[in-house]
Write a protein that binds this ligand. Sequence first.
Ligand SMILES: [Zn+2]
Length: 289
Amino acid sequence: MIFHRLVLALLMLGSAFVCEVAAEDSSVAHERKVAPAVTAEIALAPDLHLLCIGAGAYVVRHDCPFLCNSVLVEMPDGTFVFGGTPGFPEAARLVLDWIVREHGRRPVVAIDSGYHFDNLGGNGAFIEAGFPVYGSDLTVRLLAERGERMRAHTLGFIPDQSSPYRAAHTALRFVPPDHVFPIGDGLTLRFGGEEVRVIYPGPTQAPDKVAIYFPGRRLLYGSCMILAGDRPGNLAEADLDHWGDGIRLLQPLAVDAVVAAHGARLDPGLLQNTLDVLAGHVASAGRAP
Ligand SMILES: [Zn+2]
């Protein structure tokens, strides 16, 4: 136990060196670059971790109970930008508390990557704290039309009636984004000269998934449209005819790290991996009787 605490303390100490953006260096672009490797891990709860992948850049890993990644990036003006959100507002609140504890009060902006719980489940915490939440018009519509169907689908994967995650998914209040943009237009936000681009590459794993690109750090959060494993996962609303086209649209982007919603891999090869997994799935589906 003591050893465990020591390791955790060392990890947290380590994060102070590799994750912090030095104020005097904040205008130097190369200081903000990311790498597809975790240099420090900060535990906020047994099921919630911040994984540092560059100065001021984190993967927020929430096991709820499925492994769900969002990203958190500290911009040059001090704003913290969430790409996607943790699955529940309680988890999002823990990240907001960490920001205040480690950095003081900061502006926070969240960008929903779709209407599924793993793309916007934390919204309630941001809205409650008075922070803007951006999301597409299609996400707002699908959350209203299909939110309860999505909840039932999710609960189907947690058969254990006594699971606290089952209770959390049952109780999750769906809160839509309050800053809505037309999905076809995408969105560009700027913070202290650094840009964040929200890109809609057409229907992929679901009709409304968007990718969130930080060109200044060559970081792409592809949410659920990027496949990090060898299987396609939840295809309930997937558009297999157009998903690959969407990924090919993202391939020209300059990236050093790519974050998928589910899985541990962070390298740019995830774009090709997604195409390969989809091709394999279509081929095996074609062979099925
Ligand atoms: Zn997902």
